[in-house]
Design a protein around this ligand. Sequence first.
Ligand code: ADP
Ligand code: ZN
Length: 722
Amino acid sequence: MSRARVLVLNSALGPLDYRVPHGMQVEPGSIVVAPLGPRQLMGVIWEPERMPSDAEVGDNRLRNLLAVANAPPLRPALRRLVEWTADYYLAPPAAVVRMALSSTSALEGSRLVTEYRATGNVPDRMTAQREQALERIGDRQGMIRELAAIADVSDGVIRGLVKVGAIEGVEVDIDSPYPVPDPDHAPPSLSDDQRAAADSLVADVATHAFRPTLLDGVTGSGKTEVYFEAVAEALRQGRQVLVLLPEIALTEPFLKRFHDRFGCEPVAWHSGLRSTQRRRAWRAIASGEARVTVGARSALFLPYADLGLIVVDEAHETSFKQEDGVHYHARDVAVMRGKFEGCPVILASATPAIETRQQVVLGNYAEVKLPGRFGPAQMPAIEALDLLEHKPDRGRWIAPPLVKALEETLERGEQSLLFLNRRGYAPLTLCRTCGHRFQCPNCTAWMVEHRLTRRLACHHCGHIEPIPRACPECSEEDSLVACGPGVERIADEAAALFPEARVAVVTSDTIWSPAKAAEFVGRMEAGAIDIVVGTQLVTKGYHFPNLTLVGVVDADLGLEGGDLRAAERTFQQIRQVSGRAGRGEKPGRVFIQTHSPGAQVMQALVTGDSDAFYEAETESRRDAGAPPFGRYAAIIVSSEDQGLAQDVARTIGRSAPEVEGMHVYGPAPAPLAMLRGRHRFRLLVHARRALDVQDVIRGWLGALDWSAKVRVAVDVDPYSFL
Ligand code: ADP
Ligand code: ZN
């Protein structure tokens, strides 16, 4: 090959052609360095027929490629996935391929670094911090900063331990090998139901064929244990496995469970990795040496050498949908990756999405069910508390029957969880004297009071301000009042009700790293917490046998937005959080506080009749032609200049093509009319299922032009309508 088409990592550019200099060996998928003007860019060689170029350059004007990366070429399966994702989500291929090359340092050669580990020597002078550090580090090895993070101490403490010989440095190849998980390390003895489910998944792995399966089992039924059997089978076959989790906070407990089952940790991939860890993981994944990778959605685009199984755990979670950059849904892309790789895909969930259930109905996905909880554990009894009948005391949010249940649970020495999906102390702060409300200067949103940090914060753009003593509008002092509850306020209420109880707040403000999550799990398991007050972060994954009471503080909250998935999401979220109760031998109780106990979703939660609920929801989606029976795509126009954004949105609206089976709504100001200082307008495209709506939108927007001050984003299969 003397001429090569290269997808350079610049989303504004299409593919470019280069000359391959004499002696350079490249093939489609090769990762190369290409010149662009005075700069050098990373890129990937692509089949020219699959990536048309709109600027053909004559042979004599081609520039030479500069280098080939010291890494294997991207395999065809991954290249097809990049093409599919770019096509389906209307994203520049370069933006998708960037997710595959997410560690630039991995593309350089090998390197040596110093890592540290405990020597077993006990320091002469032991301090509480040193003791904590040595205990938490155990037999782990890593850079000073990594060990400090694991131990939750400063770098200085680790350095001190090095000085006194309790920790030593070792030279390692930066890409030192990972331990290999052993499929036969500690297999569980499965129940008959679990065995049947596991056998069917194992058989799929053995056939090496694409096959998506919904693993549908109530919380605590042992879905993880069951899909671990399929993981074990893939390991026996010598192939790689990818497990996707919705939240990085969940990785830590997962790593521990994996370690118990397979004798070592899998390779973790998430945004919290430092660049050396990222590099080592990337290279091991590309070489095939990393056998099992667990990660957040970005792990989906990594260059696995030989993928034998993909698992999407908690597959119904909406956090699998990426809301900026490339707007992809990791659950759906995972299925496509399985298709291109030719391997099974397991979607595990206790509350599968309607979209996924429909695929089962259509026969596109298989279904494996786990009907009951494992062992003696029973599903908890759920009771709705009508807030009109059971009014909380003035200025309080916990209704008397729930207070009583908390008291009983405390007396028995068991743990409780209060769930409210709202961070901070209060969602709105206003001045009692003049009525002034604190609004974010950059967004159409109220500032949320955080007492733990004594600040007002915008949850959309991150803008923060100190809480002033005087009202900025009328200057009255001490006149500000908090309206409504957030988790911090509920925690205060619990502490006031039960001064002797140990209360913990669990939100992304308090659990921002895997180490923090591990610490929380440790405290729960040690019985050092009586009442947890948490957001959706505590609704999934955790298994605390002594947690027997769950109170949902405001079950109506999720219904407020009213988008097409509001009832489904409320159902899933409350079922999930209910699933935290009574996972051990002690039975669990759940109270859901609501103003509309008669609402269909509340009834379904109380009776536990999820089939009836899903049927009704599915029918109403069918009537509305909503997903999965029809399709949506949102077009979001934004600019710092409101007039400009509005003009472009109107032009787009006016140019909408007349297409049979497609309807365009808007433009209208977005519910979040301003976000991060940008004014936003939305159009919503509604189309019948069979229509290639991407193609229509490509042609429609492709014919238009707008100022560089305006951004037009397309969100195919949107989950957020804000
Ligand atoms: P799910 O993912 O369905 O909520 P898990 O896989 O987390 O359920 O299982 C719930 C609990 O039951 C876990 O502590 C798990 O270790 C335990 N468990 C499930 N199946 C078995 C089994 N066959 N043997 C031993 N423990 C099991
Ligand atoms: Zn803001």
